[in-house]
Design a protein around this ligand. Structure first.
Ligand code: NDP
Ligand code: 8X3
Length: 252
């Protein structure tokens, strides 16, 4: 029987790479994001690798839509949903705390934290029914160490770091493993989104050193997913070799 993995934020970056990696592991994929055109293209690309791919335009901030969408999955998919990758997220802007835009704060909190809760609450009953499952939350080094002008983004990731621990405790009786991966600087669309489409500002973030790429994170997910059932990876920090902390880089 095919097992399914639901990945949020599968339209780019880590999410798309994780989809590719889990397809190679033989999982059916449930891919969600707001940009449906991207998901359609990804489904086409991975169609020969995964036994089944379901795509859905979903904004994780919309609780009713999340519940409705998960509920509408076919029964055999719900019964075999075994992995949830809570990956959808973003940084919006980079400003000192007094200069930040409330709309940016709300978008980060609503997506990175509240949206993750909505998706988790919709999916957890399906994992509980199976008495097994794996949830991987994509946190960040930013959740372990704040950095200047990172304030609210760092706070959302710190919250998810704590939430991961709480989820692990609450879900222990049901055989559900909960992991977090905390990456350092990785070149995806992350900085383009943070700087609202300013390509010069975005590319400057990665100048002078080799950042992580999305495949590095997908490989890490693959490692966690392929551990035997008695092994739970609680928390992995993965950094570029040239990055020692949120602010300390070895640049050319
Ligand atoms: P990308 O910008 O490439 O991908 C972000 C993904 O999140 C997109 O697929 C986007 O899809 C999705 N997303 C954003 N908002 C929503 C929403 N409201 N509802 C549903 N999906 C949403 O960045 P990354 O791949 O780098 O980021 C993935 C995760 O990794 C994020 O949580 C990020 O905070 C975290 N991270 C990133 C690091 C980095 O340096 N790149 C380092 C550490 C952690 P769409 O726009 O189509 O909805
Ligand atoms: C993304 C990494 O350090 O740019 O979470 O915030 S950082």
């Amino acid at each position: 029987m095919v097992k399914y993995a639901l990945i949020t934020g599968a339209s780019s970056g880590f999410g798309a790479a994780i989809a590719s990696s889990l397809a190679k592991e033989g999982y059916g994929l449930i891919l969600t994001a707001r940009r449906l055109d991207r998901l359609i293209a990804l489904k086409e690309t991975l169609s020969k690798e995964s036994p089944d791919i379901i795509i859905g335009k979903l904004d994780v901030r919309d609780r009713a839509a999340v519940n409705q969408w998960v509920d509408a999955l076919e029964d055999h998919v719900k019964q075999n949903l075994s992995i949830l990758i809570n990956n959808a997220g973003l940084a919006a802007g980079r400003s000192t705390i007094d200069q930040g835009l409330a709309s940016d704060w709300e978008q980060m909190i609503d997506t990175n934290l509240t949206g993750l809760l909505y998706v988790s609450q919709a999916v957890i009953p399906l994992l509980k029914a199976r008495k097994e499952g794996l949830i991987i939350n994509i946190t960040s080094i930013a959740g372990k160490e704040a950095y200047p002008q990172g304030n609210v983004y760092c706070a959302t990731k710190a919250a998810v770091d704590q939430l991961t621990k709480g989820m692990r405790m609450d879900l222990l009786p049901f055989g559900i493993r909960v992991s977090s991966i905390a990456p350092g600087a990785a070149e995806t669309e992350f900085s383009l989104v943070r700087f609202k489409g300013d390509e010069d500002q975005a590319s400057a973030v990665y100048q002078g050193f080799t950042p992580l790429d999305a495949k590095d994170i997908a490989d890490t997910v693959q490692f966690i997913v392929t551990r035997p059932p008695h092994v739970s990876i609680h928390d992995l920090v993965i950094m570029p070799s040239a990055q020692a902390s949120t602010t300390l880089f070895k640049k050319d």
